[in-house]
Design a protein around this ligand. Structure first.
Ligand code: T3D
Length: 258
């Protein structure tokens, strides 16, 4: 099984499961991951996703044993396959937390960056390993990196292909937090549970607003915010949040759209 999927109260825990290859990515793994994400979204009780990996690594990128002597057209076909996964992760209408338990290299690093909130173990690192094998960052790397850390750092990461320690990744704003190794899953699960109890519909709208901001000017973004805020204000969770505030009690969000 290239991935494991566990149903937890309110969320799905998805674990990449090829530890002997540092969870190197295969077409089979990408397909299984997409199916698990579709299932999570379709299930009304699932309100968040936590992605992590088995063993000492998170994901070593493309399984290189599968592309020895591959023709350029085959590499293109492969990416035609992986790109829908990155799009799905990034646009998922549920919050997705990524717990990076070890090295995240090549496409594995960018798989993590496609998630909403990335926590990493202190011992983990991020390597844009592509240039080491004469490739360019793919799976969204050339899009995520400059937006997260700026052009100067993004270019150096891509060209030098050196491991970036988790603590530096957090300091640079590439990820949310680096946490002690033995706290990673406890912290990631607590965060995911908290998101699973949140205003799910508003979270999906927040993601849409931030995505739109990547290409909008302020005028266009203010219009988007207005439209999305109208949608958010129509959800039961908005009414509940206001009532809870006035009643001086915690909100009991349901995540329902209407
Ligand atoms: O081109 C296209 O197909 C399109 C898509 C491209 C996307 C990409 O991701 S390109 C980048 C591919 N990834 C890499 O180039 C990284 C390759 N791996 C490494 O550089 C190192 O393994 C790490 C820096 C990630 C970790 O190093 P280390 O020393 O902790 O572990 P290791 O000993 O190198 O690896 C452990 C085992 O995993 C080892 O197998 P063995 O010797 O114990 O049988 C190693 O061969 C295997 N492994 C690691 N990475 C991959 C891999 N096997 C297949 N594919 C891998 N990517």
């Amino acid at each position: 099984m290239p991935i494991l999927v566990e149903t937890r109260p309110g969320y799905r825990l998805i674990t990449l499961n090829r530890p002997e290859r540092l969870n190197a990515l295969t077409v089979e793994m990408a397909d299984a991951l997409m199916a698990a994400l579709d299932e999570a979204v379709a299930h009304p009780d699932c309100r968040a996703v936590l992605l992590t990996a088995a063993g000492r690594g998170f994901c070593a990128g493309q399984d290189l044993t599968a592309i020895v002597d591959a023709a350029p057209a085959e590499i293109g076909d492969l990416l035609d396959h992986y790109n829908p996964l990155i799009r799905k992760l990034h646009a998922l209408p549920l919050p997705i937390v990524c717990a990076v338990n070890g090295v995240a290299a090549g496409a594995g690093a960018n798989l993590a960056l496609a998630c909403d909130i990335v926590l990493a173990a202190q011992s983990a690192s991020f390597v844009q390993a592509f240039a080491r094998i004469g490739l360019i960052p793919d799976c969204g790397g050339t899009w995520f990196l400059p937006r997260l850390v700026g052009q100067a750092k993004a270019r150096a990461l891509a060209m030098l292909a050196e491991p970036l320690p988790a603590a530096t990744a957090a300091e640079w704003g590439m990820i949310w937090q680096a946490v002690p190794d033995d706290r990673l899953m406890t912290e990631a699960q607590a965060l995911t549970k908290r998101l699973a109890a949140g205003p799910t519909a508003a979270f999906a709208l927040i993601k849409r607003a931030f995505d739109a901001a990547e290409s909008n000017d302020l005028d266009a973004q203010l219009d988007i915010e207005r439209d999305l805020q109208v949608a958010a204000s129509g959800t039961p969770d908005h009414a509940e949040g206001v009532r809870a505030f006035l009643d001086k009690r915690p909100s009991a969000f349901t995540g329902r759209k209407s």
